[in-house]
Each structure stands twice: as C-alpha cells, then as structure tokens.
Design a protein around this ligand. Sequence first.
Ligand SMILES: *Cc1c(COP(=O)(O)O)cnc(C)c1O
Length: 380
Amino acid sequence: MDEVLLMIPGPTTVHPRVLNAMSKAVINHRSAKYGELLTETSELMSDLFKTQNQSYLLTGSGTAAMEAAISNVLNPGEKILNVVGGKFGERFMKIAEAHGISCDELAVEWGTAVTPEAIKEALDNDEDIKAISIVHNETSTGVAAPIEKIGKVMKDYDALYIVDTVSSLAGDDVDVDKYGIDVCITGSQKCIAAPPGMSAITLSDDAWKCAENVDSNGFYLDMKAYRKSGDKNPPETPYTPSVSLTYALNEALKMIQEEGVQNRIDRHHKAAKASVEAVKALGLELFADEKVSSTTVTAVKMPEGITDKEFRGTTRDKYGVELAGGQDHLKGNIFRIGHMGNISYKELLQTFGAIGMTLKEFGVIDDAGAGVSSITKSYC
Ligand SMILES: *Cc1c(COP(=O)(O)O)cnc(C)c1O
C-alpha cells in the first residue's frame, strides 16, 4: 500500500498502538469496565486541559463540542461576542446564530491575531455581552491567539470565556484553570493524534451556573445529561458512546503522558520554527503574521508559476505528502502544512523534500534542497 504522509491540520497520523487499541472487543457501555475506561480517559483529558474541573467526552467531531460549548451556556437572545479571524471563528458564530443567540462579531483580519485590548474595548462598550468565543489556534490561517493574556482581561468581566483548542491542545500551551477559561473544547484528531470522531469539553463552575439557567440546550449535546450520567456509579454517558474510539483516545492520551505534555508542546514549537525557517529558505512567503504564527500549522502563500492543483497534486501523488489547501477566499492562494501530532524532523524532511522537488519541477525555484537543508540545520 502506498502510504501518504498526512501533513494536514487533522486528521493526523495515528500511531499503531492507538490503532490497535481500537481493535479491542466492544464492551457494554453500561458496565463497570466501560465506567473505568470513561473515568480514566476523562481524567487524562482534564490533566491535558490543566483543569480541576470534570471533562466530558462526546462522540462527535470537534464541531459537536463547539456546539455544546455555545448552546449549553447561552439562552436565545442573549449576546455573545465572537472573535472571527478565520473559518473556525466563523463557525462559532454560525453555531450561535443557529441557536438564536445574538452575535456580535469582532472581526480580525485573516492572518493576524486578536489583541487583548480589542477584547477589552468590546466588553467595555457593551455590558450585555454574556460570553466571548475565541479560537486559540485558527487552523484556517495558521494564527495562534494570545489566550493567556486575553484570560487576564476576562478576569475583570463576568462574561464567560469560551475557547476552542481543537488544533492546539497537546501542541501549544493551554492552561484552562490558570487562564480562567470557562468552557474549553478539543477534538481527537489533531494534536492528540487519535482517529477523528470524538471530542471533549470542560466547564467551570461559572459555566455550569449559566447552564442551569438555560433550558433550551438541545438534546444530544445537553451537558446536564452528561453530568447526570457521569455522576452515576459506574459513570456512563447518556447515549451509546463510541466504545472503540474511547479506547483509542485513552491510548493516545497515555502516549502523551508518556512523552510528557511539556515535551510534546516543545516538540511542536520546534517543528513550527523549523517549518517557518524552511519556508523562508525556499524563498516562499508566510501567510500569517510571524509574531503570532501557530505552533501546529504553517500557512504559506502559493508562489507564482504553479497552481494549487499542480502543487498539492504533485506533492501527494509523486512524493507521498498530503498538504492542505486554503479555505474560502484563501482557496488556491495559500497552502497549509500541518505539523501536529506525532511529527518530528523525519516527517519535515520528507515534507520539505516534496515541496522543494515539486517547486523545482514547475520551474518556481532552482534549489530543490533549500528547505531540507534548513530542516537539518534546525535539528542538528
Ligand atoms: C478541526 C477543527 C475544529 C473541528 O472540526 P471537526 O471537523 O468538526 O473536527 C474546530 N476548531 C478548530 C480550530 C479546528 O482546527
């Protein structure tokens, strides 16, 4: 089988240990054995979020957790401030709109990050804002927002702090309790490197207080139901969870623990820095403002002389490296390198080799090895 190396911002390559965990016998989800698996996996998730609060597992991709984060804490008509600097910020706003929540958009130019000052100003100008939503790592643009600094601002306001860490948790610094995040969510298939299909959410006491006052929080993603089932002995989920994916997520989280969360984050920082340097060495231009560029995905402007189809088609079909394209108005204008999950210099050498050879083949650059050479310098 021709394996294609996934260098996209999710799903990421899943380790054989995690794949094997998924092939365990499917057990009764209302049994002591599943209760143990659920408890352990939720605890590992809370450790990763760095929170004392309970984490809940949802069977559903990251977007399910995004929806749960919004729909459980706000009533229709209540106001949310949505920070929108890319596709996922936009998604939070669309979800809120779909639930009849009143949305204020804080628009940020794609490729740049929101500032804590802009958040402060927006909150000062409107006392009715009940919550803000922000995407830590805007995967569509390769930008990381300053969620720690924004957390400091949020401490002066009652508004809930809702953060999407789908493409950053386990790949960049996230400290839910220290940053004062009220609702934090993530997905299985990005930096955690489990297969897609599961997500997680954690809520602070303040968020739960808001949830108590919401009576239209939907059905499948009603977090009160998850809390009630989770409090049973043995703990359960309200509806049948993906037992196999829970095994996979559990194993992936154990692998993260074995590596050490900080080591893993450092590895992502190193890969991001090496990628940025290699992009420059190839004479290509970064899309995102380098000061706020992501630790897990690097967005690059598509050079003149090659189309997106030619470029990504060749890296994939000829060199076995799958890269991501741009979304919306960035389609065809940028490509994105996902360096999240289990990747290190080996994968980056292959990736930048593929990029260099493809660009040389199309006459865009002369030195096909400049990126690879740069990667070697970053790692030795
Ligand atoms: C991938 C991603 C999501 C969730 O997308 P799903 O396809 O539903 O898993 C949400 N937010 C961000 C920032 C993401 O990168």
